[in-house]
Ligand binder design. Structure first.
Ligand SMILES: [Fe+2]
Length: 299
């Protein structure tokens, strides 16, 4: 694993969003508007939680005998408010922890099916995050992208092992089965409430920039940016890793494949930052690497 990947790997499992971005109004297209909406929504949630713990926020509490509350009563209300904040923070921490645990369980389930793909999801998440940073994504967008990358192959749970680990080329029926994995992922993740924007990124991570990918044949910027980044990150790790059907590719071979796929399979802007990234973060040396080979879109 490269230095950049190692540095970012620790961030991957704790990045579940605190607020569902899907609740943002449609007019919040600009990043600033969206951020303000998220901050406002977070504030509203805190206020609601506080109200349920400390009661309505009355600045001058009145006692049963009609007089205003004493300073000690005010201090008591203040103490309860501070306690409420702690309860809320603890609840949010527990929610994030449960999201991270659910993500880990799903990643472990898919990686258990094919030992060759162990660490693939974590490495792809790190590479996608590094490319996203270079493309100027916001902190929140990076968090969504990394979460999507971690879960991008969860649909392979529905692919028979004999196809997934087949050493030779796939038949057209077997390839069609593999091609269903983005939609299977969508079905599986529809039960997971914390994955909103992530589902869309995952669904389209095998679309090609020229419109010849799957499942919907989207082209250009009709493909979500997160999916275009994930596609390149996925291809880099797949090429750099050993698979049942191929040895790892050399860095030069990976660079050539990315360059030849620029504008057809891959977004040229993403390829540009990927080539820059590869200069600083070449994949780990392998004892046996292929200087050329047939790249497959199986990952
Ligand atoms: Fe995939």
């Amino acid at each position: 694993m490269s230095k950049d990947v190692q540095e970012t790997a620790a961030e991957e499992f704790g990045s579940a969003p605190a607020v569902d971005a899907g609740s943002a109004p449609a007019h919040c297209d600009q990043h600033g508007d969206r951020q303000r909406h998220v901050a406002k929504a977070t504030g509203e949630i805190v206020s609601k939680d506080l109200a349920s713990v400390v009661g309505p926020a009355d600045p001058t509490p009145v006692r049963s005998d009609g007089r205003t509350a004493s300073n000690s009563a005010r201090r008591q209300v203040a103490r309860r408010a501070i306690g409420g904040s702690r309860v809320h923070a603890r609840g949010r921490h527990q929610y994030r922890q449960r999201c991270a645990e659910s993500t880990r369980a799903l990643v472990a389930a898919v990686e258990a099916k094919d030992p060759c793909t162990r660490q693939h999801s974590v490495t792809v998440a790190s590479i996608a995050g590094a490319l996203g940073k270079r493309l100027g994504l916001s902190k929140r967008e990076l968090s969504t992208l990394r979460e999507a990358a971690l879960l991008h192959d969860v649909g392979k749970i529905g692919v028979p092992d004999a196809i997934l680990t087949k050493p030779g080329p796939l038949t057209s029926d077997e390839y069609a089965t593999i091609q269903r994995h983005p939609e299977t992922a969508l079905e599986i993740l529809s039960y997971v409430s914390f994955c909103g924007d992530e589902r869309l990124i995952i669904l389209h991570h095998h679309e090609h920039y020229d419109g010849h990918g799957y499942p919907d044949g989207l082209a250009g910027d009709k493909i979500p940016l997160g999916s275009r980044i994930l596609s390149v990150a996925d291809a880099i790790d797949a090429m750099a890793s050993r698979r049942s059907y191929k040895p790892p590719f050399s860095v030069e071979c990976i660079r050539r494949e990315l360059t030849s796929g620029s504008g057809t399979q891959f977004d040229p802007d993403v390829v540009r930052v990927a080539l820059e990234w590869l200069v600083e973060n070449p994949p780990s040396d392998h004892s046996e690497v292929a200087e050329s080979g047939n790249r497959s879109d199986r990952d």
